[in-house]
Design a protein around this ligand. Structure first.
Ligand code: FOL
Length: 229
Protein backbone atom coordinates (compact mmCIF):
# COMPACT_ATOMS: atom_id res chain seq x y z
CA UNK A 1 0.00 0.00 0.00
CA UNK A 2 1.48 3.34 -1.10
CA UNK A 3 0.55 6.25 1.05
CA UNK A 4 -0.68 9.19 -1.00
CA UNK A 5 0.02 12.59 0.52
CA UNK A 6 -3.18 14.24 1.79
CA UNK A 7 -4.14 17.40 -0.07
CA UNK A 8 -5.76 20.50 1.41
CA UNK A 9 -7.31 23.19 -0.74
CA UNK A 10 -6.92 26.74 0.52
CA UNK A 11 -9.03 29.47 -1.05
CA UNK A 12 -10.74 32.78 -0.36
CA UNK A 13 -14.10 33.23 -2.10
CA UNK A 14 -17.07 35.59 -2.28
CA UNK A 15 -20.65 34.47 -1.46
CA UNK A 16 -20.99 33.39 -5.12
CA UNK A 17 -17.67 31.50 -4.94
CA UNK A 18 -15.81 34.15 -6.92
CA UNK A 19 -12.02 33.92 -6.51
CA UNK A 20 -10.49 36.04 -9.24
CA UNK A 21 -10.91 38.94 -11.64
CA UNK A 22 -8.58 39.92 -14.52
CA UNK A 23 -5.70 37.78 -13.29
CA UNK A 24 -5.75 38.93 -9.69
CA UNK A 25 -7.84 38.81 -6.56
CA UNK A 26 -11.28 40.51 -6.83
CA UNK A 27 -11.02 42.43 -3.52
CA UNK A 28 -8.61 45.10 -2.33
CA UNK A 29 -5.61 43.74 -0.39
CA UNK A 30 -6.80 42.08 2.83
CA UNK A 31 -3.61 42.11 4.87
CA UNK A 32 -4.82 39.89 7.71
CA UNK A 33 -6.33 37.36 5.33
CA UNK A 34 -3.15 37.19 3.25
CA UNK A 35 -1.09 36.84 6.44
CA UNK A 36 -3.36 33.92 7.44
CA UNK A 37 -2.73 32.26 4.06
CA UNK A 38 1.04 32.68 4.44
CA UNK A 39 1.10 31.45 8.06
CA UNK A 40 -1.11 28.42 7.50
CA UNK A 41 0.63 27.28 4.33
CA UNK A 42 4.04 27.55 6.06
CA UNK A 43 3.19 25.76 9.30
CA UNK A 44 4.36 22.13 9.36
CA UNK A 45 2.85 19.43 11.61
CA UNK A 46 4.98 16.82 13.41
CA UNK A 47 4.52 13.22 12.32
CA UNK A 48 6.66 12.09 15.29
CA UNK A 49 4.31 13.16 18.06
CA UNK A 50 1.98 10.29 17.27
CA UNK A 51 -0.92 12.68 17.33
CA UNK A 52 -3.29 11.11 19.80
CA UNK A 53 -3.07 14.46 21.55
CA UNK A 54 -4.11 17.03 18.99
CA UNK A 55 -2.19 19.86 20.68
CA UNK A 56 1.05 18.06 19.81
CA UNK A 57 0.27 18.18 16.15
CA UNK A 58 1.85 21.56 15.56
CA UNK A 59 4.69 21.74 18.09
CA UNK A 60 7.09 21.73 15.20
CA UNK A 61 7.16 24.82 13.04
CA UNK A 62 8.69 25.63 9.66
CA UNK A 63 11.59 27.13 11.61
CA UNK A 64 12.72 23.63 12.60
CA UNK A 65 13.53 23.16 8.94
CA UNK A 66 13.21 19.37 8.81
CA UNK A 67 10.16 19.45 6.57
CA UNK A 68 8.49 21.95 4.36
CA UNK A 69 4.99 22.21 3.02
CA UNK A 70 4.24 22.18 -0.69
CA UNK A 71 2.04 24.74 -2.45
CA UNK A 72 0.59 23.54 -5.74
CA UNK A 73 -0.71 26.11 -8.20
CA UNK A 74 -1.60 26.58 -11.83
CA UNK A 75 0.55 28.72 -14.12
CA UNK A 76 -1.93 31.62 -14.06
CA UNK A 77 -1.87 31.67 -10.25
CA UNK A 78 1.96 31.62 -10.34
CA UNK A 79 1.89 34.65 -12.63
CA UNK A 80 -0.64 36.42 -10.38
CA UNK A 81 1.77 36.39 -7.43
CA UNK A 82 3.85 39.58 -7.28
CA UNK A 83 7.37 38.67 -8.54
CA UNK A 84 8.89 39.78 -5.23
CA UNK A 85 6.78 37.19 -3.38
CA UNK A 86 7.43 34.22 -5.67
CA UNK A 87 8.41 31.47 -5.25
CA UNK A 88 6.34 31.64 -2.04
CA UNK A 89 9.06 31.52 0.61
CA UNK A 90 9.56 28.65 3.10
CA UNK A 91 7.35 26.40 0.94
CA UNK A 92 8.16 24.09 -1.96
CA UNK A 93 6.39 25.60 -4.94
CA UNK A 94 4.87 23.30 -7.59
CA UNK A 95 3.57 24.94 -10.77
CA UNK A 96 1.19 23.01 -13.02
CA UNK A 97 1.56 23.80 -16.72
CA UNK A 98 1.06 21.96 -19.98
CA UNK A 99 4.11 23.88 -21.26
CA UNK A 100 7.62 22.78 -20.32
CA UNK A 101 9.67 25.00 -18.00
CA UNK A 102 11.81 26.15 -20.97
CA UNK A 103 8.82 27.76 -22.68
CA UNK A 104 7.73 29.56 -19.52
CA UNK A 105 8.94 32.89 -18.19
CA UNK A 106 12.00 32.10 -16.00
CA UNK A 107 10.88 29.85 -13.17
CA UNK A 108 13.69 29.05 -10.67
CA UNK A 109 14.96 25.46 -10.66
CA UNK A 110 13.88 24.79 -7.08
CA UNK A 111 10.28 25.20 -8.30
CA UNK A 112 8.80 21.94 -9.57
CA UNK A 113 7.05 22.30 -12.94
CA UNK A 114 4.72 19.46 -13.88
CA UNK A 115 1.76 18.75 -16.16
CA UNK A 116 -0.57 17.66 -13.36
CA UNK A 117 -0.83 17.50 -9.57
CA UNK A 118 0.15 13.82 -9.20
CA UNK A 119 3.25 14.12 -11.40
CA UNK A 120 4.23 17.29 -9.54
CA UNK A 121 4.06 15.44 -6.22
CA UNK A 122 5.91 12.51 -7.83
CA UNK A 123 8.70 14.80 -9.05
CA UNK A 124 8.93 16.33 -5.58
CA UNK A 125 9.21 12.83 -4.03
CA UNK A 126 12.10 12.07 -6.42
CA UNK A 127 13.85 15.26 -5.34
CA UNK A 128 13.34 14.37 -1.68
CA UNK A 129 14.79 10.87 -2.28
CA UNK A 130 17.77 12.44 -4.03
CA UNK A 131 18.31 14.79 -1.07
CA UNK A 132 17.50 17.81 -3.26
CA UNK A 133 14.33 18.87 -1.43
CA UNK A 134 13.10 18.67 2.15
CA UNK A 135 10.51 16.02 3.05
CA UNK A 136 6.96 17.20 2.51
CA UNK A 137 4.88 18.29 5.48
CA UNK A 138 1.49 19.26 4.18
CA UNK A 139 0.52 19.82 0.56
CA UNK A 140 -1.77 22.76 -0.22
CA UNK A 141 -3.55 23.38 -3.50
CA UNK A 142 -3.72 27.17 -3.92
CA UNK A 143 -5.61 27.47 -7.24
CA UNK A 144 -6.89 28.55 -9.59
CA UNK A 145 -10.21 27.15 -10.80
CA UNK A 146 -9.00 24.31 -13.00
CA UNK A 147 -6.41 23.19 -10.44
CA UNK A 148 -9.05 23.22 -7.68
CA UNK A 149 -11.34 21.19 -9.97
CA UNK A 150 -8.63 18.59 -10.61
CA UNK A 151 -7.75 18.38 -6.92
CA UNK A 152 -11.38 17.78 -5.93
CA UNK A 153 -11.38 14.73 -8.23
CA UNK A 154 -8.51 13.18 -6.27
CA UNK A 155 -9.46 10.86 -3.39
CA UNK A 156 -6.60 12.20 -1.24
CA UNK A 157 -8.22 15.65 -1.10
CA UNK A 158 -9.89 15.59 2.31
CA UNK A 159 -9.87 19.22 3.50
CA UNK A 160 -10.77 22.65 2.23
CA UNK A 161 -9.72 25.79 4.13
CA UNK A 162 -12.20 28.31 2.81
CA UNK A 163 -12.16 31.98 3.72
CA UNK A 164 -15.68 33.20 3.07
CA UNK A 165 -15.60 36.88 2.06
CA UNK A 166 -18.94 38.40 3.13
CA UNK A 167 -19.15 40.80 0.22
CA UNK A 168 -19.90 40.50 -3.47
CA UNK A 169 -17.19 41.46 -5.91
CA UNK A 170 -17.32 41.16 -9.67
CA UNK A 171 -15.43 37.97 -10.56
CA UNK A 172 -14.46 36.09 -13.72
CA UNK A 173 -13.03 33.02 -11.96
CA UNK A 174 -14.87 30.75 -9.51
CA UNK A 175 -14.25 28.07 -6.95
CA UNK A 176 -16.20 24.88 -7.72
CA UNK A 177 -19.36 24.31 -5.71
CA UNK A 178 -18.30 21.71 -3.11
CA UNK A 179 -21.62 19.98 -3.02
CA UNK A 180 -22.08 19.99 -6.74
CA UNK A 181 -19.06 17.69 -6.57
CA UNK A 182 -20.64 15.47 -3.95
CA UNK A 183 -24.12 14.95 -2.58
CA UNK A 184 -24.93 16.98 0.56
CA UNK A 185 -25.05 13.77 2.58
CA UNK A 186 -22.43 12.05 4.71
CA UNK A 187 -20.36 11.11 1.68
CA UNK A 188 -19.94 14.78 0.75
CA UNK A 189 -18.28 17.90 2.08
CA UNK A 190 -19.23 18.93 5.60
CA UNK A 191 -18.37 22.09 7.45
CA UNK A 192 -16.38 21.42 10.65
CA UNK A 193 -16.53 23.30 13.95
CA UNK A 194 -14.33 26.23 15.00
CA UNK A 195 -12.53 23.88 17.39
CA UNK A 196 -11.79 21.44 14.54
CA UNK A 197 -10.50 24.37 12.50
CA UNK A 198 -8.20 25.54 15.33
CA UNK A 199 -6.84 22.06 15.70
CA UNK A 200 -6.27 21.70 11.95
CA UNK A 201 -4.49 25.03 11.49
CA UNK A 202 -2.51 24.84 14.74
CA UNK A 203 -3.68 28.17 16.10
CA UNK A 204 -6.77 29.62 17.71
CA UNK A 205 -9.41 30.35 15.10
CA UNK A 206 -11.32 33.61 15.56
CA UNK A 207 -14.87 33.42 16.89
CA UNK A 208 -17.07 34.93 14.20
CA UNK A 209 -16.21 37.23 11.31
CA UNK A 210 -13.12 39.42 11.05
CA UNK A 211 -13.46 42.98 9.75
CA UNK A 212 -10.62 44.48 7.80
CA UNK A 213 -10.30 47.97 6.30
CA UNK A 214 -9.25 47.55 2.71
CA UNK A 215 -8.91 50.48 0.36
CA UNK A 216 -12.04 52.60 0.83
CA UNK A 217 -14.12 49.96 2.55
CA UNK A 218 -14.57 47.56 5.43
CA UNK A 219 -14.67 43.92 4.44
CA UNK A 220 -15.90 41.06 6.65
CA UNK A 221 -14.70 37.50 6.23
CA UNK A 222 -14.52 34.24 8.18
CA UNK A 223 -12.24 31.24 8.19
CA UNK A 224 -13.92 27.88 7.60
CA UNK A 225 -12.87 24.22 7.37
CA UNK A 226 -14.63 21.57 5.26
CA UNK A 227 -13.89 17.86 5.33
CA UNK A 228 -15.00 14.77 3.47
CA UNK A 229 -14.72 11.11 4.53
N1 FOL B 1 -6.26 31.48 0.02
C1 FOL B 1 -6.62 32.47 0.86
N2 FOL B 1 -7.21 32.16 2.02
N3 FOL B 1 -6.38 33.74 0.57
C2 FOL B 1 -5.78 34.10 -0.59
O1 FOL B 1 -5.56 35.29 -0.84
C3 FOL B 1 -5.38 33.10 -1.50
N4 FOL B 1 -4.73 33.41 -2.65
C4 FOL B 1 -4.36 32.42 -3.46
C5 FOL B 1 -4.65 31.10 -3.12
N5 FOL B 1 -5.28 30.80 -1.99
C6 FOL B 1 -5.64 31.78 -1.15
C7 FOL B 1 -3.64 32.71 -4.75
N6 FOL B 1 -3.15 34.06 -4.86
C8 FOL B 1 0.13 35.57 -2.76
C9 FOL B 1 -0.50 36.34 -3.73
C10 FOL B 1 -1.59 35.82 -4.42
C11 FOL B 1 -2.05 34.54 -4.16
C12 FOL B 1 -1.42 33.79 -3.18
C13 FOL B 1 -0.33 34.30 -2.48
C14 FOL B 1 1.30 36.12 -2.01
O2 FOL B 1 1.95 37.05 -2.44
N7 FOL B 1 1.60 35.56 -0.81
C15 FOL B 1 2.72 35.90 0.06
C16 FOL B 1 2.32 36.92 1.09
C17 FOL B 1 2.50 38.29 0.60
C18 FOL B 1 2.16 39.35 1.66
O3 FOL B 1 2.42 39.13 2.85
O4 FOL B 1 1.59 40.37 1.27
C19 FOL B 1 3.12 34.64 0.83
O5 FOL B 1 4.26 34.63 1.30
O6 FOL B 1 2.30 33.74 0.96
Amino acid sequence: AVKQVPLTLIVAATPKNGIGKNGSLPWPMLKKEMAYFARITKRVPTPTNTGSLQSDTFKQNVLDGTQRNAVIMGRNTWESIPPKFRPLKDRTNIVISSQAREKLDTIPHDVVVASDIMSGLGELSSRVEAGKALPVGRAFVIGGSSIYDSALELPQTKHVLLTRIHKDYDCDTFFPDLNGHATPTESGWQRKTRSDLSNFIGEEAPDGPITESAGEEEVEFEYQLYERP
